[in-house]
Write a protein that binds this ligand. Structure first.
Ligand code: IVH
Length: 704
């Protein structure tokens, strides 16, 4: 094309070319997205974008307000639209060995009340290492594709899914409403070719096929997705207007008949022995499949039993993932750094000579805590035969699934003569405060609280992270900069940014790396997040032990911020009805509850939260699952023998319908379900004049 190399451009030439590129790319975008009639090839488009990025990298100050690198197709600038899943997209519990599989089978039998001899079949199929996608068909036509997201809410990637050959646009003979779920992945060959192409054009290369698949599917510009060869295996479903079949195996066959790719290594097994045999078969083929798998998934075959088994908070009871053993590699430990996390935990990180483990280059690994380094377990027992870990050692590193690499072992025969035991710091390396270990805690923590800059920054990063406030344009890097410059010290300051730095002497748009447009986008993104669902807010506070799942449980339980806040104050003494009520939430244990109420009782913390919520419009939590449930909010006691279901099943179903299941009868009990042999509890219920139902009466009430 006779282009001047970027290094040889004068400033004036660069400015002129950036202007021309902005115009050409805007025109190409409009032709593609608005007129639906592309005028240039995808490769040409990519080349223009790449040239633009190169010039901007050399002349950052020439970056235009309408820079094409800030724009992503014609999709909305905030990213993908959100999609609420009609049926949640769950993850799977993990198993690692034959013992875990036997336990899985046992627990299902116990739940269903089946004895050891009763037949119970499973399916076994490869666990594809990609990302899950839910495809919604209405009247046989693909109308929506959504990523898993947090399980309850994903991203609308319909335009991108339409570019995948394995995903049919139309189905014939399908239920009127059908959500097909499965895994998007990239084959090894396609992955290698993509990385080669990316390297050639100076684009981003990917660490593994899974990242490549995720990066390609989550492109705001569908033409990029189109150029990436993604594939799809169907293995599950969400809402349906009619059942697909009676068994998992037949349902998968039906999906195949409808035109979906299903995995050919799916088999029906009549019990743990056959499941393990199929696992071995799949593992033997792993290297030659041509795509990544990370284990085998077992599912109860009978769909009526799947329905009875139902779900725990994040995983089905009827399925489990049997993971392949982690991959291992030896390398040298160059240094041990201490990082301070948002709850003050001092976490030792191994800096390693880079080594490839399972296709990914690893240069950092976690060392957990000081006992782990010293060769001691949680109860002081020796681990690794008591061998400690020293700087200079040869260590064995492994990765299991998505998790951070870990250090498994040390080779003492290669230990340098001058290697010294690692001395764990007793003061915070970031703020100098004492770092102490509480009785029974494996972790040493900085006591600096809000004065520790590391804790403050980590808290802020957590606050803006995806599952929390998810503020577009405010990532970890920006938080670090703003914090270092004193622009934000605590979450409330984020919401004051537009007022403080939108106008006046110091303006965001005048900072390096920012312009009018990006500053305004950020202010707008902040504005949009003033309205926040209660669950996200609770999670965003970053309280120790309070994860995303629990935050949503708490939000659903208390409903509003005012109710939550009042209950936490009432529970602060860790005693009394508010405390009991908190502990009664399924999924909330004592450690979590203590952390929650004690954190919220700290004066500085409370003041900071109050400053924050003054900026917010907190959305009360919905209670979708229990809407219209006849037993929502009721306290139920089961007593005597149940004949149609086990105790565990009865309890789980009642709880799923929003009821609270208690072990003892009191005036607060609403319903007592009494089976044959019920004794004193039934009598007490009679004395108190409570509603007493037999098992059939209960099943009628909850709809069978
Ligand atoms: S079944 C309700 N089957 O693994 C359970 N999942 O670790 C639905 N995955 O989120 C999942 N291969 O993305 C199922 N054959 C398979 C799978 C599979 C991969 C993924 C899926 C899930 C994750 C859980």
């Amino acid at each position: 094309m006779g282009q001047t190399p970027v290094e040889a451009l004068s400033e004036a030439e660069a400015a002129a070319e950036l202007a021309a590129l902005a115009a050409r790319l805007a025109e190409a975008n409009a032709a593609y997205h608005v007129e639906d009639a592309p005028r240039i090839s995808d490769a040409e488009y990519d080349a223009l974008k790449h040239r633009n990025a190169q010039i901007e990298a050399r002349f950052p100050h020439l970056k235009r307000a309408d820079s094409p690198s800030e724009q992503v197709g014609a999709a909305p600038a905030e990213g993908f639209a959100k999609v609420r899943h009609a049926v949640r997209m769950l993850s799977l519990a993990n198993a690692f060995d034959a013992g875990d599989i036997a336990d899985f089978d046992d627990s299902i039998r116990r739940y269903l009340g089946l004895d050891a001899e009763a037949p119970l079949a499973y399916t076994a199929e490869p666990k594809i290492d990609g990302l899950s996608l839910s495809l919604r068909y209405e009247g046989g036509v693909l109308v929506q594709a959504a990523t898993r997201g947090d399980g309850a809410e994903g991203e609308n990637v319909t335009a991108n899914a339409r570019t995948i050959d394995d995903i049919p646009e139309r189905l014939s003979g399908a239920p009127d409403l059908l959500e097909v779920r499965g895994e998007v992945y990239m084959s090894h060959d396609d992955f290698a070719a993509l990385n080669a192409r990316q390297a050639e054009t100076g684009g981003k290369t990917f660490a593994n096929p899974r990242n490549a698949a995720a990066g390609s599917l989550r492109q705001l510009d569908a033409r990029i997705t189109r150029a990436r060869p993604l594939r799809f295996f169907a293995y599950s479903w969400g809402v349906l207007s009619d059942p697909l079949a009676d068994t998992q195996m037949a349902a998968i066959a039906r999906l195949a008949q409808l035109g979906f790719a299903t995995n050919p290594l799916t088999a029906r097994c009549d019990g743990p022995e056959a499941m393990l045999a199929h696992y071995t078969r799949i593992e033997a083929q792993r290297a030659t499949l041509g795509y990544d798998i990370d284990g085998v998934v077992y599912k109860v075959d009978d769909l009526a039993l799947q329905a009875r088994l139902g779900f725990r908070s994040t995983t089905p009871r009827w399925a489990i993932a049997h993971k392949f053993p982690a991959e291992l590699a030896w390398t040298r430990l160059d240094a041990i750094d201490i990082q301070v996390g948002r709850t003050g935990a001092l976490s030792p990180v191994a800096r390693l000579q880079p080594v490839t483990v399972g296709g990914v280059v690893v240069s950092n690994a976690t060392l957990h805590n000081e006992d782990y380094i010293a060769g001691r377990g949680a109860r002081g027992e020796p681990i690794r035969d008591g061998k400690d870990i020293r700087v200079g050692d040869w260590v064995q590193v492994y990765r299991a699934g998505d998790v951070i690499p870990k250090v498994a072992d040390v080779d003492l025969s290669r230990r340098p003569a001058d290697a010294r035991p690692f001395v764990f710091p007793e003061t915070c390396p970031e703020c100098g405060s004492d770092a102490i270990r509480e009785e029974g805690d494996a972790v040493r923590r900085c006591t600096g609280g809000l004065i520790c800059p590391a804790q403050a920054v980590e808290k802020l990063k957590h606050f803006v992270s995806r599952a929390a406030f998810d503020i577009e344009g405010l990532g970890a890097r920006q938080v670090e900069q703003f914090h270092a410059d004193g622009w934000i010290a605590e979450p409330a300051d984020i919401f004051a940014l537009p007022d403080r730095y939108g106008t006046g002497m110091q303006q965001l748009k005048n900072r390096e790396g920012w312009g009018e447009k990006s500053a305004n986008n950020l202010f707008q993104a902040i504005e949009e997040r003033r309205k926040i669902p209660l669950g996200r807010l609770i999670f965003a506070l970053g309280i120790r032990h309070v994860g995303e799942q629990v935050s949503n449980l708490l939000a659903r339980h208390y409903g509003t911020w005012a109710a939550f806040d009042a209950a936490m104050r009432d529970a602060a003494a860790q005693d009394g009805p508010a405390w009991e009520d908190l502990l009664a939430i399924d999924g909330v244990g004592t450690v979590l509850a203590q952390s929650l109420v004690s954190t919220l009782a700290q004066e500085a913390e409370r003041a900071s939260i109050e400053r924050l919520i003054a900026h917010l419009d907190i959305q009360p939590a919905e209670r979708p699952e229990t809407d219209g449930s006849p037993v929502a909010g009721k306290t139920v006691v089961f007593t005597g023998t149940l004949e149609k279901m086990t105790r565990a099943e009865a309890k789980a179903r009642a709880e799923a319908l929003g009821a609270k299941v208690s072990g003892s009868v009191s005036a607060k009990t609403d319903i007592v379900v009494a089976g044959p042999g019920a004794g004193s509890k039934e009598k007490k219920a009679r004395d108190l004049g409570l509603t007493i139902l037999d098992e059939d009466g209960w099943l009628d009430l909850i709809g069978g």
